[in-house]
Design a binder for this molecule. Structure first.
Ligand code: AMP
Length: 452
């Protein structure tokens, strides 16, 4: 079989093969996406970056189930109205759904594990997939992966500033071009007044007929959803619509002013967007999104990279104590698509150590060495699928290994190992005990950070 050619980034070329599916081949479901190896390395670089940044900002990791009770999402009208939930057959009496967001599961875990007894706020982060029966569109999947940050139990505007700063630095590090959109939705009273104004505005002659069919259905029922619509016609009408800023209470106005003041102090640019509402009904006061900028520097809401806001009543509505909180969700697929071309992945050429072995005894010994080197932070590779030295050396070349370590019967007996410099081809015999010291001088160790 011809060996796959290495591409520029030393990865096997997982090229899209011409369609050769038999009629019996089972296809991917609509809205689902494979993250193939050539893309997975970007996906994992972005996820690792997300996790290390979260730890740096003192967030603790949490993993919650992908299946949760449908009751958790009752307070989030978008997921109810749009019928975007995947329902599941669970145990008798249990109404399960695939989670459409991470936040509610994290809050359920906060309540269930009595995290309210811990010093507040509790900062949690999570990375996992979410499932939504979305309308099919580019960059919109039915299963996608999110990176969430939640600051639970904090009413001060500093919480929003901290979350926005964390996400801002995440995108800056990845060299993404983006713009922060920010608005305040105030409290329930402000929104009631605002919804009244919106109702009057859209009822005015001629406006109703310009709305998309979906928005026509929301009229009078979920007026805020109209502001969130991405259809051009609805976006167009928006520019004349009343602004919620005019309905904010003094308390909400002051809170929002403080958030903006902190962002200014941190040197974080933002765009005050009076029509940003986010589609979820549980937010109050601050809401924000990170929109990608195109090559002309124009921001677009269509493929938002991240979104979040304050949800002071959600924990209580899920059965917990009153717990003001703020959260943020970053869409990993969209981030990867945006930054892929700019992401510098590690140059494996300098780092890879290839471990080749001949014979059973050597295999056992090389497995032990493999673990030892891996734990010491070396990027060590081994071919577990072939015993032929020729094939193993070909694999080492394909991986652009800096050195190969060859362990045969003789080396096992002598307690040595053969070290081959893959660039010069020079080989030397090294005492087994000294191999780690030798490699430390010769090869760069992986430092845990795998993005550029
Ligand atoms: P949301 O809470 O709906 O704003 O989602 C948070 C982030 O997840 C968004 O800003 C997007 O980056 C991403 N996202 C949301 N829905 C999808 C989807 N259907 N497919 C891919 N990414 C999505």
């Amino acid at each position: 079989m011809p060996r796959p050619k290495a591409n520029a980034k030393n990865m096997p070329a997982f090229k899209k093969a011409p369609e050769r599916r038999s009629a019996k081949a089972v296809p991917r479901l609509l809205g689902m996406k494979d993250i193939v190896p050539s893309e997975y390395r970007y996906f994992s670089a972005v996820s690792n970056k997300a996790a290390s940044l979260a730890e740096l900002y003192s967030f603790n990791a949490i993993k919650t189930p992908a299946i949760e009770s449908a009751d958790l999402y009752k307070k989030s009208t978008r997921h109810n109205n749009d019928k975007e939930l995947y329902s599941l057959d669970c145990e008798k009496g249990e109404n399960g759904v695939l989670r459409p967001e991470l936040t509610q599961g994290i809050l359920r875990a906060y309540i269930e594990n009595n995290f309210s007894e811990l010093p507040q706020p509790v900062r949690l982060y999570s990375i996992g997939s979410v499932f939504r029966k979305e309308k099919m569109q580019t960059g919109r999947y039915r299963e996608s992966n999110q990176f969430n940050l939640e600051v639970i139990g904090e009413d001060k505007p500093m919480a929003e500033a901290l979350l926005i700063a964390a996400a801002y630095n995440f995108f800056q590090d990845l060299q993404a071009n983006f713009q922060i959109q920010i608005n305040s939705l105030g409290k329930a009273d402000c929104r009631k007044e605002y919804i009244g104004k919106l109702n009057s505005f859209y009822k005015e002659r001629g406006r109703r007929s310009k709305l998309c069919n979906n928005c026509k259905k929301y009229l009078g029922k979920n007026m805020m959803a109209l502001l969130d619509c991405k259809e051009d016609a609805c976006q167009h009408l928006l520019h004349e619509a009343p602004q919620i800023a005019d309905c904010l209470s003094d308390e909400s106005r002051n809170h929002f002013a403080k958030v903006l003041e902190y962002l200014d102090e941190l040197g974080i640019p933002y765009n005050f967007n009076p029509y940003l509402v986010r589609g979820l009904s549980y937010y109050n006061d601050t809401v924000f999104e990170f929109w990608p900028l195109n090559d002309e520097g124009v921001a677009s809401s269509k493929l938002a990279l991240a979104g979040g806001g304050r949800y002071d009543n959600l924990v209580e509505s899920l059965g917990g104590r009153p717990t003001p909180s703020v959260g943020l969700a970053i869409g990993l697929e969209r981030v990867v698509a945006k930054v892929k071309d700019r992401l510098t992945l590690p140059n494996f050429k300098e780092e890879v150590i290839f471990l080749a072995q001949l014979g059973d005894q050597a295999k056992i010994k090389s497995l032990i060495l493999f673990e030892e080197l891996r734990r010491a932070g070396f990027n060590v590779r081994q071919s577990f699928s072939t015993d032929s030295l020729k094939n193993q050396m070909e694999e080492a070349t394909r991986l652009n290994a800096k050195v190969s370590l060859i362990l045969g019967k003789k080396e096992v007996m002598d307690e040595t190992i053969m070290l081959r410099d893959m660039e010069s081809g020079v080989q030397e015999t090294v005492a087994f005990k000294k191999i780690k010291d030798k490699l430390e001088k010769k090869v760069n160790r992986k430092e845990g950070v795998i993005y550029g």
